[in-house]
Design a protein around this ligand. Sequence first.
Ligand code: PGA
Ligand code: MG
Length: 224
Amino acid sequence: MSSPLAIFDLDGTLIDTAPDLIDSLNHAIAPHGLPPFGVDKVKLLVGRGVKVMIQRAFAFHDRTLDGEAFDACFARFTEHYRAGMPGKSRPYPGLLEALARLKDAGYGLAVCTNKREELTMPLLEALDLAEWFGTITCGDTFEYRKPDPRHVSGTIERAGATVAHAVMIGDSANDIDAAKGADVSTVAVTFGYTEKPAEELGADKVISHFDRLTPALLDTLIGR
Ligand SMILES: O=C(O)COP(=O)(O)O
Ligand SMILES: [Mg+2]
């Protein structure tokens, strides 16, 4: 069989990016007179990429932003977010140990995130995480992205793995729905950004700490 593959979501799964996402969002929306959001609103705003986050921020105040004004707000976010990297963003506790365990057990490692490539790569590099992952696919790598199952199946294909021997680890319905749609096993983490409790996302397993992410756990999911 081909090597098994562990696929990780990024925001709210690998890395706690909430403080920086919210800081940069607040910077981007301030000129439009919107009051700053607290980090607690990350669950409402994050998950479908930055453009949707900005739209949700305006919708929260019953407003919309279109055209050039939207593009300028998006650019203002991106510039601020990139300039501050890695800011306060940090891997979740136990991540590096979990990645090492899986790698030692023969798992390939991949990232499947809705964050764009121009933000994903520098962030992973700034935190010395990029080298762990043989395959990294982002919100703009394909024509489609999570919750579209093809984002997950496309990641598996790029990694040279198979759907039957892959597991998606994520924090939100986007991740779990996309993986299930691709017939891929799932692990939901409870420490990320989800409006719906992780236990209710329909994942095969739920973990509250990376200490629980062991080769044995994933092996049971893929029948290894
Ligand atoms: O950038 C986002 O909104 C979500 O990114 P994620 O897919 O890594 O959670
Ligand atoms: Mg996420």
